[in-house]
Design a protein. Structure first.
Length: 409
């Protein structure tokens, strides 16, 4: 493995309260194993990632991006405590947007890929992304953004049910709402649309809350769900990339990867890299696609201007992954050519077990099929033989949550 510079520590920034965010743990382990001091802004001891042997220091939870002055002061304070230049790595869209839009103020303590300030918001906001797709000729599912109940009905008639409903700015979602939902009935659709009128007092200052609600034609899942991860330098050269296929998602066909595989698909890799360059996004990216088998077209579903939670799937034969590529590039070290390890599988254990628990108990002859994803996984989101405490803490907390749901249900 190419050596990383231990003199450049890392601070992981996550703005969304999600103690079970496995991408945070993956970044801690990847960089920590390479000898880099890893700092992270965490919710506290309740976050299983805080138990990792590879975490150098946990920092207090930060104010939300909706209070930018306070968040900036919090980050600068963390930088002062660390006492040297720090690589700032956002783990969610809101963090990536904040860093791009406050780059000049953060540059006194932090290093990160520099880019046009408006680009991360322009690709992460799904309404703006649709406009960009139309402008640049990028295939995306036919969509509507209804402004009234009548337009909701018109959209349902035009797009057909079931359809996909998603919020333009999911980082502004309040508890109880999913960023993406498969909607099967008109009643469900109207209930979701009603939430666009339920705004908090600070929504205007924060960019209008999570809305508008976007309704999209559902591309049949028969063509498969695909994703692309990459790192692009200041000249928009792609230094490392991989294409993955989702074998299981949470929620099914409308959520993040639970079981995925690194696949050899040069055509999709070229397509995705071309989209990234056209939209001008530098640094780490995570794009989602669905293949329309009837038309032979990959539709772009989402564009996340940051590292994907499942990035460790793309660990090459020399141990290089996207977090390490970022660190090499930002520390001024050369990034070696990738040695792809196509065929690798990743599994997110807690979501896989939840998925399995909702299905009927398998008959003995079907048990082998049920356990197959566990047996063939090369990378687990939580389990690691050299770092067991986060896995054990996750299991304990998941069990307590399940008991709590049974009691309240």
């Amino acid at each position: 493995m190419t050596r990383l510079d231990p003199g450049l520590p890392v601070l992981l920034l996550r703005t969304d309260r999600n103690p079970f965010h496995h991408g945070t743990l993956a970044a801690i382990r990847s960089l920590g194993r390479a000898g880099v001091p890893v700092h992270a802004i965490l919710e506290g001891d309740a976050n299983p990632s805080s138990r990792s042997r590879y975490l150098f220091r946990a920092h207090p939870w930060a104010p939300p991006p909706g209070r930018p002055g306070e968040l900036l002061d919090h980050l600068l304070g963390a930088g002062e405590r660390i006492g040297r230049r720090v690589l700032l790595l956002p783990m969610d869209d809101a963090g990536a947007i904040f860093i791009a839009e406050h780059a000049d103020a953060l540059a006194s303590h932090f290093v990160f890929p520099r880019q046009d300030p408006g680009v991360p918001r322009g690709v992460a906001d799904k309404a703006r992304l649709l406009e960009a797709c139309e402008r640049h000729g990028v295939a995306s599912p036919p969509s509507r953004m209804p402004r009234s109940s009548a337009e909701v009905d018109e959209a349902a008639a035009d797009l057909g049910l079931p359809l996909i409903a998603k919020w333009a700015r999911p980082w502004r979602l309040r508890p109880g709402l999913r960023s993406t939902t498969l909607v099967r009935t008109a009643g469900e659709l109207h209930r979701l649309f009603a939430a666009t009128r339920d705004r908090r007092p600070d929504d205007a200052a924060a960019g209008g809350g999570a809305g508008p609600l976007i309704l999209q034609r559902r591309i049949p899942p028969s063509g498969g769900d695909w994703f692309f991860h990459g790192y692009f330098d200041e000249d928009l050269g792609c230094l490392f990339a991989g294409v993955g296929r989702k074998h299981l998602a949470h929620p099914p066909h409308a959520g993040h990867t639970v079981a995925g595989e690194w696949v050899d698909d040069p055509a999709l890799e070229r397509l995705a890299a071309g989209i990234v360059r056209r939209l001008g996004c530098r640094g780490l990216v995570d794009l989602d696609f669905r293949f329309d088998a009837e038309r032979g077209v990959h539709h772009l579903l989402d564009f996340n201007p940051r590292i994907g939670a499942q990035f460790r799937l793309f660990t090459d034969r020399a141990g290089l992954d996207l977090a390490r590529v970022l660190h090499l590039d930002q520390s001024g070290r050369p990034v070696p050519a990738a040695r792809p390890a196509t065929g690798r599988h990743l599994l997110v254990e807690n979501h896989y077990l939840r998925h399995s628990a909702r299905r009927p108990l398998p008959r003995p002859k079907d048990l082998r099929e049920t356990l197959r994803p566990l047996r063939r996984a090369d990378e687990f989101a939580w389990y690691a033989g050299d770092d067991l405490p986060p896995f054990l803490a996750m299991g304990r907390q998941s069990a307590l949550r399940a008991v709590g749901r049974l009691r309240t249900g």
